[in-house]
Design a protein around this ligand. Structure first.
Ligand code: NAG
Ligand code: NAG
Ligand code: NAG
Ligand code: NAG
Ligand code: NAG
Ligand code: NAG
Ligand code: NAG
Length: 603
């Protein structure tokens, strides 16, 4: 009897599975809705055979544990500080459960998609599938359209998609769906200014040890930055064990011949390092060759970094996916989301080849980035942090928001400050901008550039910054009440010069403003710190923020004047201690070594 009833129960279960497949149309509920961001409009329908390269993110089995490990290995007061995870350990923590994988494959089969066509990454938490848009529409119960940005960029996207309810908790995000990323290179969005400085004079002053002689704040140079931030007397010791990286998007190319010219003027001993840069193309990102045209942003990053870190090796990652692109063709190219493409690529690389400090000078208004996408990408950054990689991002170039565009995108059209992503992700270190000496928060009346600042609407304030941020919020009281999320992750974390950097482009010199200047500068200084650590046999700093808010801040020069001008007002003011305009201020390399107790004894 017992055996028979057991069998019957099994049959009944089997039948009920067949009777209510996970993709039953009645089960489907909306997983995500996101409004079309400003400046985009619908211009038509894609060809039904237009191919989309779909990324399906599967819920990590144990992301909470990964986060816990990340906090421990990044907390200077924890006994595991610096004991970063191996790639294998990270993979184990972020792999999905078998149940998750089985459910997704069953759902795909029931939609006539052979699971053997799924490409999995090494940790099996991402599936990549190339499908005609009509089939994706059936799978996600949605309708894609062609959208065009005011600048001409076209994308095939939708504003809402659905999944069977039983799958919601197993899927983090599916893209491309709702993300309309057109990451602005921050150095390009601001005016480049004709330089008024005398190059010969600056080159001649480069050997002086006096700040007044080395620096001309109308034309920022390597020599000035090295003197100001105290790296000028440091000799790189571990260039065989340490390297630095930066990212290019949107078709930006870094010209090695321009970099050579820059170095000949401002760091002659480093002149040969320009052609030694390791160029990596991700998803057909363009690289410097005989014909590719140099970009201002790409050149700014390469020239700034080479000047500061020589002879540390430099790797640049150029990720494809840039306009122009004709969405009527059945093509798989140019439809990907750049940060996700890059971070998923990086997670697959041999960790020994990946730089431990990486700078990125791109970002978008957070509200134009779907929340699921932002959280998924931010979690991927956490996975890199757990392996000892420090990620630096620029904080944006419009203060608390571009004047006259500070309006919410949630249908309510409220006046609001506009935080930026990825600057708002807690797992990156966000860099604001200063100018002059003594330094003040950067603002340039010539082009409206103002150092970016804000409080996230997606990421709540992490505990490691609570004390510093709440102290600042107490000082400003009700100022700007209702315009920002007082409970959000606040940025920038720190700052550096960002005004009138000299850059060679097309063999002639010009100057640029922007936090695009500040991020590669701070990243370079921390790469030198990693060099000093490596020389002493110590691990790299990894995810910086817990160290910064607990101890590191003591090595920074507090910026107390100026504000993050934007949204037609003065924006957050600098103040003593951490503030929302300049974070903890600007780095002093020698003091950082002292805080880490690896001082060279020269200070
Ligand atoms: C700077 O110093 C270096 C090394 O002492 C020397 O070779 C170079 O000519 C000097 N440059 C200038 C512009 O004085
Ligand atoms: C670097 O060393 C030179 C020569 O010893 C000294 O004059 C200068 O003050 C030092 N610079 C810094 C920033 O410590
Ligand atoms: C750069 O390389 C050339 C050719 O190998 C060499 O002659 C020159 O000395 C190098 N310059 C420096 C500053 O190392
Ligand atoms: C150089 O790069 C550009 C931009 O990616 C590309 O279009 C061109 O085909 C490349 N040329 C050569 C010779 O590789
Ligand atoms: C900062 O502001 C104070 C008070 O207005 C002023 O005395 C000081 O000179 C300013 N410092 C800088 C670096 O501008
Ligand atoms: C934005 O508004 C502020 C305050 O009204 C003003 O000072 C600033 O110059 C404006 N910025 C631009 C780019 O017009
Ligand atoms: C560089 O020169 C090319 C060809 O003359 C031109 O099209 C391009 O706009 C120039 N780039 C910049 C950033 O000035």
């Amino acid at each position: 009897m017992f055996v028979v009833s057991f069998l019957l129960a099994a049959l009944v279960t089997l039948q009920s599975v067949v009777a209510s497949p996970v993709n039953s149309r009645f089960d489907d509920t909306i997983k995500e809705t996101h409004n079309v961001p400003p400046k985009w409009s619908k211009v038509g329908n894609p060809h039904p055979f237009h191919l989309l390269k779909i990324n399906i993110g599967l819920r990590a089995n144990n992301f909470d544990l990964l986060e816990q490990h990340l906090h421990q290995v990044s907390d200077p007061s924890h006994h595991r500080y610096g004991q970063h995870l191996t790639q294998q350990q990270v993979h184990e923590l972020i792999s999905p459960s078998d149940e998750t994988t089985d459910l997704i494959e069953e759902w795909l089969s029931q939609n006539d998609i052979d699971p053997s066509h799924c490409q999995y990454n090494a940790a099996r938490d991402w599936i990549t599938l190339t499908l005609p848009v009509a089939q994706v529409e059936r799978l996600l119960h949605t309708k894609y359209s062609v959208y065009q940005h005011q600048d001409g960029t076209k994308l095939v996207r939708t504003t809402q998609w659905s999944l069977p309810r039983s799958l919601h908790e197993h899927v983090t995000t599916i893209q491309p769906t709702t993300a309309f990323l057109r990451a602005n290179p921050k150095g390009e969005t601001v005016l480049t200014v004709p330089t008024e400085v005398d190059l010969d004079q600056l080159t001649a002053a480069a050997n002086s040890s006096s700040l007044n002689r080395v620096c001309n704040f109308a034309g920022m140079t390597t020599a000035c930055l090295r003197t100001l931030y105290n790296t000028v007397n440091y000799s790189v010791q571990a260039s065989s064990k340490n390297q630095i990286g930066f990212t290019n998007y949107l078709g930006q190319v870094s010209s090695r011949s321009d970099a050579r010219l820059y170095l000949r003027n401002f760091r002659p001993e480093a002149v040969n390092s320009s052609y030694a840069v390791n160029q990596v193309s991700v998803d057909n990102g363009p690289l410097d060759n005989a014909t590719a045209e140099a970009g201002v942003e790409g050149n700014l990053d390469l020239e700034t970094i080479l000047g500061l870190v020589y002879p540390t090796p430099v790797t640049l990652y150029s990720t494809g996916g840039s306009p122009p692109f004709d969405p009527d063709l059945s093509t798989t190219s140019n439809t990907n989301e750049p940060y996700l493409t890059w971070v998923l690529y990086l997670r697959e690389q041999d960790p020994n080849t990946v730089p431990k400090v990486i700078s990125t000078s791109y970002g978008d208004d957070e509200q134009t980035v779907p929340e699921l996408y932002a959280k998924t990408v931010c979690n991927q950054f956490a996975a890199l942090g757990a392996q000892g990689i420090s990620l630096f991002f620029s904080s944006g170039d419009y203060g608390v928001g571009d004047n006259d565009s500070c309006i919410s995108n949630d249908g309510q059209n409220r006046i609001t400050f506009l935080p930026a992503f990825p600057a708002s992700c807690p797992y990156v270190t966000t860099v604001g901008g200063t100018r002059d000496y003594p330094e003040v928060v950067a603002y340039d009346a010539h082009n409206g550039y103002a150092s970016g600042s804000g409080f996230s609407n997606y990421f709540t304030r992490p505990f490691w910054q609570a004390t510093a941020v709440e102290r600042y919020l107490d000082t400003i009281g009700d100022q700007f009440k209702g315009l920002y999320n007082t409970a959000g992750r606040a940025y920038p974390d720190l700052a550096a010069q960002s005004y009138r950097y000299l850059v060679f482009v097309n063999a002639s010199v010009r100057s640029v403003d922007g936090t695009s200047c500040a991020s590669p500068t701070v990243a370079s200084i921390f790469s030198l710190v990693n060099d000093a650590l490596a020389a002493k046999g110590k691990p790299p700093l990894g995810w910086l923020n817990p160290w910064l808010y607990q101890q590191g801040f003591a090595a920074f020069t507090d910026i107390v004047n100026g504000s993050s001008v934007g949204c037609n007002r003065a924006g957050f003011s600098a103040a003593e201690g951490w503030d929302a305009a300049s974070g903890f201020g600007t780095p002093d390399f020698e003091k950082i070594l002292d805080v880490l107790e690896i001082g060279t004894g020269s200070s």
